[in-house]
Design a protein around this ligand. Structure first.
Ligand code: DGL
Length: 270
């Protein structure tokens, strides 16, 4: 028994890393669907099918609670999963809500009506599927009024990161920030709305400049999970340590993961 962490590939490792720092004793099972990444260019039906297959595998591994450490799956599949698919004794949480709660200066789980907030102009960088879903704007509208959001679909960026081509990834970041600035010249805050993007957070910060606050999703998700587990300790389950599962080639995925997290990571076949 453990908490499951799901992503289309390597991006969810940024969330896993923040969770292990915040909750070092929490048993975890990570599932990367590397064979089918990227999800961001797929349609909602496909994302639902792949996400439910991965989450089922995590349930089979003993997880009662799964965090979708993937904005694309959270945006395109989570609501349908919660309404039609998740068994009554299991829980699946997404990564949007903690980010938006932090952006709108709320306590975790505060569902009070929308109100005016300090931030006015938000740049959202995300995958094409996340941008098309408008899920970020929908969740934001439940919590804040008068916030202008401009989105940039960062085509190619997840592929470059999955391939480990960081030079191409950083070039793409600069091009996408330039494209965003043509639509919104002076954002107050930028949301890296894909869990792969913290792996190139330095390039985003440099391209955006010091006047733009960059929201880091992994640490926010870890804080909000710690709060959730304090309220729902029965969702932790037993077990110990961290297991890593992939639908891709374990040796190759382990090499990339070790490069990104700068510690040895050994994936096994899902
Ligand atoms: N890391 C993911 C996200 O947060 C998925 C990206 C993809 O597979 O395109 O959106």
């Amino acid at each position: 028994m453990a908490v499951g962490i799901f992503d289309s590939g390597l991006g969810g490792l940024t969330v896993l890393d923040a969770i292990t720092r915040r909750l070092p004793d929490l048993p975890l099972v990570y599932y990367g669907d590397n064979a089918h990444a990227p999800y961001g260019v797929r349609d909602a039906e496909d994302i639902f099918r792949l996400t439910t297959a991965g989450v089922s595998r995590l349930f089979d591994a003993g997880c009662r609670l799964v965090v979708l450490a993937c904005n694309t799956a959270s945006a395109a599949a989570l609501r349908r999963m919660q309404e039609t698919w998740v068994p009554r004794d299991r829980r699946v949480l997404g990564v949007f809500v903690p980010l938006i709660e932090a952006l709108t200066e709320r306590n975790w789980g505060d569902n009070s009506p929308p109100r005016e907030v300090a931030v006015k102009h938000v740049a959202l960088f995300a995958t094409p599927a996340t941008v098309a879903s408008r899920a970020f704007q929908r969740e934001l509208a439940f919590r804040a009024i008068g916030v202008d959001v401009e989105s940039q679909a960062c085509g190619g960026l997840v592929d470059a990161i999955e391939e480990g081509d960081m030079i191409l990834a950083e070039t793409l970041v600069r091009a996408h920030v330039d494209a965003l600035r043509r639509k919104m010249p002076a954002p107050d805050a930028a949301v890296l709305g894909c869990t792969h993007y913290p792996l190139v957070e330095g390039a985003f910060r440099e391209a955006l400049g010091p006047s733009v606050r960059v929201l880091s999703q992994p640490s926010l998700v870890a804080e909000s999970l710690a709060d959730y587990l304090r309220r729902r300790p029965e969702m932790v389950g037993g077990g110990e340590g961290v297991r890593f599962l992939t639908t891709g080639r374990p040796a190759r995925v382990s090499d990339r993961a070790t490069q990104f997290l700068r510690r040895p990571i050994a994936f096994e076949a899902a």
